[in-house]
Design a protein around this ligand. Structure first.
Ligand SMILES: *Cc1c(COP(=O)(O)O)cnc(C)c1O
Length: 387
């Protein structure tokens, strides 16, 4: 071969005694084939195999298999964001004329997707109130094809009785999916309770460092995996192997990070509830809707909880937020840094509740020294509480 060719053809090297604990980042658009027959038959390859970079490289297969093991499922697909994972499930299940029933407490962009996208395709949607349990039967319609759950609910943290909802859905031939981002499969395993689609935003605890967007869906049924992969292929939903390697790295420390943040958050939220005239929202507290279900179904708490501010405090909120020295102001969660984000939920709720009109602070506990976090939050709440 001449020089110009030698610059583009990589020599094969012996990898026989190469053993590393790290996962290699396999990047590819083109996959090449050993012979003409293999190329001609590439379309018949298994979904776990390789035919084009769009459908994943071995790096992605490792993440899929690792998530499948954690979820106790059969197959996992990986998508470029949590929101893309939710959209793929809805598109896999719903065709014109169908109805989807979503939790009123679902991550708000879910209803945005229903209103601004699915509705234009002739798919209708409605919401059910938190804590509905077997009462879900009153909310399904003859056209309902999918029930979308999130537990604990976004911002307000109500825990759902998943087995009760799944029992009714199964009876009526309706599929169920859940956003399990708060708990991750370490604290709750949806497939074991009969959920069809277990989704999580890997963006949060699994990636763990506030620098990656990614989502996953795990299922117990090859046909559902096929539908999801069909949607991903048609929409060109590809996830970069470099980002996948970083999620694989994040996963290695997730159990330790989650246990730490969960235990610090549990102590902190109990202190806040005892010290100030605020309503704290967390499944850890007996006052939370579904607290007993949480104790029954979950293996513990993650680091995310909310605090409802008294109306009289709201005028001092901006100054108090600006005084924070350790906790950063920002949405999202599950990273190393603690975050605080003021939220209002009224626009996304149809069930009346006085707190819908209040400012709710969503607090994510990270990995800083708990003493620094405690000092920051004390200063913050003292500023808010001063008359
Ligand atoms: C962040 C989040 C999502 C969306 O994940 P992205 O990767 O940001 O699109 C969905 N659901 C919940 C509960 C989330 O916290």
């Amino acid at each position: 071969m001449r020089d110009m060719t030698l610059t583009v053809v990589h020599p094969e090297v012996d990898e026989e005694e190469y053993a590393s604990l790290s996962v290699p980042t396999h990047r590819a658009s083109t996959i090449v084939f050993g012979n003409a027959k293999a190329y001609a038959e590439r379309g018949a390859r298994d979904l776990d195999s390789y035919s084009y970079g769009m459908h994943g490289t071995p790096t992605q297969r490792i993440l899929e298999a690792q998530l499948t093991a954690l979820e106790g499922g059969l197959k996992t697909v990986v998508l470029p964001s949590g929101q893309a994972a939710i959209a793929a499930i809805f598109l896999a299940e719903l065709t014109p004329g169908d109805h989807v029933l979503i939790a009123e407490t679902a991550y708000p962009p879910v209803s945005g997707f229903c209103r601004n996208f699915l509705q234009t395709l002739g798919v209708t949607w409605s919401t059910y109130p938190p804590g509905v349990g077997a009462g879900i039967a009153e909310h399904v319609t003859p056209r309902t094809r999918l029930i979308w759950l999130e537990s604990p609910g976004s911002t307000t943290m109500e825990v759902e009785d998943i087995p009760a909802i799944v029992a009714i859905a199964r009876q009526k031939g309706i599929r169920t999916g859940i956003d399990n981002t708060w708990a991750t499969p370490l604290l709750y395993k949806p497939l074991a309770q009969g959920i069809d689609y277990s989704m999580q935003a890997l963006t949060k605890y699994p990636s763990g460092h506030s620098d990656i967007l990614m989502g996953s869906v795990c299922v117990n049924d090859l046909a559902l995996r096929k539908r999801l992969r069909d949607i991903m292929r048609m929409l060109g939903l590809h996830t970069a192997p470099d980002a996948i390697t970083l999620v694989l790295r994040g996963l290695e420390t997730m159990a330790v990070r989650l246990a730490h943040s969960g235990s610090v958050a549990t102590g902190m939220l109990q202190e806040i509830a005892a010290a100030y005239p605020v309503e704290v929202l967390s499944p850890v507290l007996e006052t939370c809707v579904g607290h007993d279900i949480w104790k029954r179904d979950f293996a513990g708490a993650s680091g995310l909880f909310s605090v409802v501010l008294p109306e009289a405090w709201e005028s001092r909120l901006d100054a108090a937020l600006d005084s924070l020295q350790v906790i950063a102001i920002g949405a999202s969660w599950g990273g190393t840094r603690s975050l605080i984000a003021p939220m209002t939920v009224a626009a996304h709720r149809s069930t009346h509740h006085p707190r819908n009109e209040r400012t709710i602070l969503r607090i994510s506990i990270g990995l800083e020294d708990p003493a620094d976090l405690r000092a920051d939050l004390s200063r913050f709440f003292d500023l808010l509480a001063k008359a």
